[in-house]
Design a protein around this ligand. Structure first.
Ligand SMILES: *Cc1c(COP(=O)(O)O)cnc(C)c1O
Length: 412
């Protein structure tokens, strides 16, 4: 008798995006005339085409693959050396951060890496996860059996939830209790909040004192405009002893459909064995990648490398400027409409307070029916998201301007 992984049965139904889809479809079916007016600011996906430097690199790589003498088969599982060097040099060493080429592991996405990292972590770690949160961190731990069951409120045993509220600016302080593994995402999806240097210093201090590990998701670092906000956890002294960093080309280079990301595992990062001995995680991650992964395609790695060329860098900056221009317009519109707004300054998401008396889903329904705009209900990211909604800056300029107008026209 084959058995299944019972942990999957602990998962709450994937509710948020299917439910948004269901409500949007019902609206479109009932209002065929208004359907054409519908603007989607819901899912966090980029909208603009690939940078020209990337397109050129892809074409060139395809031509190489078409010729026997330059054809490439399997590459190194951890990524080609030239890409790992370009990443370590441009994203870290150029900023004075000590990261070696072989501490970079190239992958097909940060979402995958956030789940895969659990392969090398113990099963009984106490987890700290923010609320609201990017749902992947929670669900991958449930699947791996690193949590208990969910209670009536949907909270899983084994997770310390870190409330993110307007009071703490949506950046939590370290807990009073001990935790082993901490998930931090800055700039944040969904709230658009960013952790200051002092806040990250407090987390690194906590992690070093507790011998915990910080899993730092920096997928949106390219959107930081405030020069005082760290782009990498390794800007904080001591982080090489307590943190793994996830980065992705999805949001800076528009690679959500191309698929390329990387994870930084410092060789100085240790964790405890079952018998209490401290050993480095780097060889485990290397072993995990070489065993379970066969590398990102040569074409895609050449495309990622092109993001570090002078033209590539300028084109990424232009993309970020485009989306952040949208975010600015959306922030201004939501504020003019009387909402309290967070985010949208160092992140492409704006996090908006629904008017009094409205839950996140009630706000969603009114904005859909009256403004014909799709947003994301904050409650879908955790109980502290209740009463908030997320608006994405990933859109055309015309759509962002129109959404801004419609938010102001809505008579709550
Ligand atoms: C978009 C996003 C990522 C990137 O995921 P990929 O799999 O690399 O596309 C990572 N973390 C968060 C929080 C995100 O929103």
């Amino acid at each position: 008798m084959a058995s299944l992984n019972d942990n999957y049965l602990k998962l709450k139904a994937g509710y948020l995006f299917p439910e948004i889809g269901r409500r949007v479809k019902a609206f479109n079916d009932a209002n065929p005339a208004a359907a054409a007016r519908l603007i989607r600011c819901g899912i966090g996906d980029v909208t603009e085409p690939l940078p020209a430097a990337v397109v050129a690199a892809l074409h060139k790589a395809v031509d190489e693959m078409a010729v026997r003498s330059t054809f490439k088969g399997y590459g190194p599982e951890q990524g080609y050396e030239w890409l790992r060097a370009a990443i370590a040099e441009n994203d870290f060493r150029a900023h004075g951060l000590d990261v070696a080429d072989d501490e970079i592991f190239v992958s097909d996405g940060s979402k995958c890496d956030c789940g895969a990292i659990l392969d090398i972590m113990g099963a009984s770690n106490r987890l700290a996860i923010t609320d609201p949160v990017y749902p992947v961190y929670v669900d991958t731990n449930v699947m791996a059996g690193h949590t208990g069951e969910a209670d009536a409120t949907g909270a899983y045993a084994g997770i310390t939830y870190l409330p993110c509220t307007a009071q703490n600016g949506f950046i939590p302080e370290p807990p009073k209790e001990h935790v082993d593994v901490i998930y931090l995402c800055s700039p944040n999806n969904p709230t658009g909040a960013t952790a200051s240097r002092a806040q990250l210093e407090a987390w690194v201090k906590y992690a070093l004192a507790n011998r915990s590990i910080i899993l730092f998701d920096a997928a949106y670092e390219a959107y930081i405009s405030d020069p005082t906000i760290p782009h990498s956890i390794y800007e904080i002294p001591g982080a090489r002893e307590c943190a793994i960093e996830f980065r992705s080309f999805s949001k800076n280079g528009g690679f959500t459909g191309v698929r390329c990301a990387f994870t930084v595992v410092p060789k100085t990062l240790l964790a405890s064995t079952a018998s209490g001995e401290f050993k480095p995680l780097h060889p485990l991650w290397s072993r995990r990648m070489t065993t379970k992964f066969n590398g990102v395609s040569y074409l895609v790695q050449r495309a990622a490398e092109a993001l570090y060329s002078p033209e590539g860098k300028a084109q990424v900056a232009a993309l970020v400027e485009h989306y952040m221009g949208n975010a600015k317009i959306l922030v201004a519109g939501a504020k003019a409409a009387g909402h309290r707004v967070f985010g949208g300054v160092n992140a492409p998401y704006i996090w908006v307070d629904a008017p009094k008396g409205h839950t996140s889903w009630q706000a969603f329904d009114r904005i859909l029916n009256e403004s014909n705009v799709v947003i994301t209900p904050g409650s879908g990211f955790g109980s502290n998201g209740e009463g908030w909604f997320r608006v994405s800056g990933f859109n055309s300029r015309a759509n962002a301007e129109e959404v801004s107008r419609r938010l102001q026209a809505l008579n709550w």
